[in-house]
Ligand binder design. Structure first.
Ligand code: AHM
Ligand code: MG
Length: 346
């Protein structure tokens, strides 16, 4: 029966996940989680696409008052709720950690209270799920008011064996056992990811994912409301001719980084050809282009952001997993990004 449907639609994301589940490559819980991610991505795509038509409601800064005198909700707050709720009601997740969470669930548990991202324990389903999802629901949201591409980034871990993960003493202070489990599960290095992906909301909506067996790309066919496979196997070209970084910060980079970028720009790299610059300032778009056309994307450390600006858990690790699965490299300059254990949930 699938064949008949696919003749008309192509391979949809739901069929792809069902087939992986049937072959034992993913389990049914991960299949449900991807059902939710798929539905959330469709809703966010619609929100992003129609935001200018609902300017007073959706665009602008959180806390601003709109023309009706109501408080505005930023699109990134709304998309966070969409993504969080879609995942939460699968009942397959023990922990959700979002880059956008800034309301402490329990201030005493949070320790500092001064953080942008907090693992949220979904109490209703605390014991049912063995997976952990980390996500940035609307990355690059500073671009959204101008209709420039933005994206969602996500990664899925399995809950680790509690015996194998110990929280640093300063993080576990004052936490209940359940809370410690939730936090320890979240602070895993990227190499423990079982799945990762991103959704790019651009001229088309593209969903790219990996389950650790290569990288596959889907495009939202809005006429049927389905993601249809458009790139069965994404491999990054071994050499590209584009570099992508905020060169406005070049004077603040460390010397080897600055020298490297100046060299490839001047054609002094291995290819002997000068590289061109493309930089959207929206990581999902910049990475998607790099994955398809080849080249280099970087957010180097600078004097302001000494570990770079991108967040390891929500941006660096999932994107690095995808990059490696597509045959690329993801490094800090000193080490492999996927090897780094996050020191905190920011
Ligand atoms: P955000 O999570 O607050 O949206 O910030 C992340 C974004 C990335 O998408 C992008 O690579 C980077 O910030 C751009 O930063 P800059 O404007 O400093 O170049
Ligand atoms: Mg972000």
């Amino acid at each position: 029966e699938f064949e008949d449907v696919c003749e008309q639609t192509g391979v949809t994301l739901s069929r792809y996940c069902i087939e992986l589940a049937n072959r034992g490559i993913i389990d049914s819980d991960l299949d449900s989680i991807f059902n939710s991610i798929r539905e959330a991505a469709k809703v966010i795509s619609k929100l992003v696409n129609t935001a200018p038509l609902k300017q007073a409601e959706l665009l602008g800064l959180e806390g601003e008052v709109n023309v009706q005198g109501e408080d505005q909700k930023k699109l990134d707050v709304i998309t966070n709720d969409v993504f969080k709720n879609a995942l939460r009601y699968t009942g397959k997740l023990g922990t959700l950690a979002s880059e956008e969470e800034d309301e402490p669930v329990d201030a005493s548990w949070m320790g500092t209270g001064e953080t942008e991202a907090i693992p949220v324990l979904s109490e209703e389903f605390a014991d049912t799920g063995k997976y952990i999802c980390v996500f940035d629901p609307l990355d690059g949201s500073s671009n959204v008011d101008a209709g420039i591409p933005v994206g969602t980034i996500f990664g899925v871990f399995e809950e680790p064996d509690p015996a194998e993960c110990e929280l640093p003493a300063d993080l576990s202070k004052g936490l209940s056992e359940e809370q410690q489990k939730c936090l320890a599960g979240t602070l895993q290095p990227g190499k423990s990811l079982v799945a990762a992906g991103y959704v790019l909301y651009s001229a088309s909506t593209e969903l790219v994912l990996t389950f650790g067996k290569g990288v596959v790309g889907f495009t939202l066919d809005t006429s049927i409301g389905e993601f249809v496979m458009t790139r069965p196997s994404i491999k990054i070209p071994s050499r590209g001719k584009i570099y992508s970084a905020n060169t406005g910060n070049i004077a603040e980079w460390d010397e080897p980084m600055r020298q490297y970028i100046e060299d490839i720009r001047a054609g002094k790299g291995e290819s002997g050809k000068p590289y061109s610059l493309r930089y959207i300032g929206s990581m999902v778009g910049d990475i998607h282009r790099t994955l398809l056309y080849g080249g280099i994307f970087a957010y180097p450390a600078d004097t302001k952001n000494q570990d770079g600006k991108l967040r390891l858990l929500y941006e660096g690790a999932p994107m690095s997993f995808i990059m490696e699965q597509a045959g690329g490299k993801a490094i800090t300059g000193h080490s492999r990004v996927l090897d780094i254990p996050p020191a905190a949930w920011i």
